[in-house]
Design a protein around this ligand. Structure first.
Ligand code: TYD
Length: 256
């Protein structure tokens, strides 16, 4: 039974009213979608893993001074966040060619890019998140030129940090998508990182085998999505810390 007021339901998450004004509860569902909702499935345990992985990354980013909406994890599927006004622009950073960039420009997947490339998409499910330029963003008033600069600078700092973080655990950060929001504090407005960062929103390849450890396992029907997300969590050192530890299925040692 959930008697909290539901503010918004997206494809993979639900936002509920938070315990105090200015806060929300972000709930991670097990739903997986791709190709603008054409493909949909429920993958047991995905929400729990994404909640944990996103918490870990947001905490690390907070530690290095990236402002975020994250306050704390509440339970296996939920985190407390600060309410922000979402900027309707998805910021994508790419280090290695993959996905739509490979298709659009005819560059083989896996080709290292000459430098990190930033792209913007307009957040619109009806339109399938079309790629847009800074011109569109400012002309239609989705974000100001200053906000675009802030989002881009933050996205590049996030890329540098996460590239190193994942490299340290034998994973290549191929690309990722981030979203930002406006946080209103008294008379001030700040651009902060919002939404989530998880294998749903990143491409992560094993450094030696190039095995995909991200949502492409679902998009491309490769199977083993949960095992891949678990592997990312395990390498980050965040699996089975406490309540996620599965019930032992084999013989249990009874202490006398
Ligand atoms: P991209 O290759 O543009 O699209 P697709 O995921 O459809 O192949 O995606 C680049 C990265 O950004 C990839 O890691 C997935 C992520 N992304 C999202 O998480 N949500 C989105 O709406 C989009 C467009 C990308």
């Amino acid at each position: 039974m959930n008697r909290r007021r539901r503010i918004y339901e997206g494809k993979a998450k639900i936002l509920y009213e938070g315990p105090e004004p200015g806060t929300l509860v972000q709930h991670f569902k097990d739903d997986a979608t791709a190709f603008n909702n054409e493909k949909h499935d429920v993958i047991d345990g995905k929400g729990v893993l994404n909640n944990r992985i996103s918490e870990f990354i947001f905490n690390k980013l907070n530690d290095i001074g990236i402002p975020t909406h994250f306050v704390k994890r509440l339970n296996m599927r939920e985190q407390l966040i600060r309410e922000v006004e979402i900027i309707p622009v998805e910021v994508i950073v790419r280090n290695i060619a993959a996905g739509t960039l490979s298709k659009r420009l005819g560059i083989d997947e896996g080709t290292a890019l000459p430098r990190s490339i930033v792209e913007y998409c307009f957040k619109s499910d009806e339109l399938g998140d079309p790629m847009v330029s800074e011109e569109h963003i400012t002309a239609f008033g989705w974000a100001s030129p200053q906000e675009i600069d802030e989002m881009t600078a933050l996205a590049l700092r996030i890329n540098d940090f996460m590239s190193g973080l994942f490299l340290g655990i034998g994973i290549k950060l191929v690309d990722f998508k981030v979203e930002f929001g406006r946080l209103y504090e008294n008379d001030l407005v700040r651009v902060v990182l919002a939404d989530e960062i998880s294998p749903d929103s990143c491409r992560l390849w094993d450094i030696t085998t190039s095995e995909k450890l991200d949502k492409d396992r679902f998009r491309r029907d490769l199977g083993g999505l949960i095992e891949a997300y678990q592997e990312v969590a395990r390498r980050l050192g965040i699996l089975f810390e406490n309540e996620e530890r599965p019930e032992p299925s084999g013989p249990v040692l009874v202490k006398s």
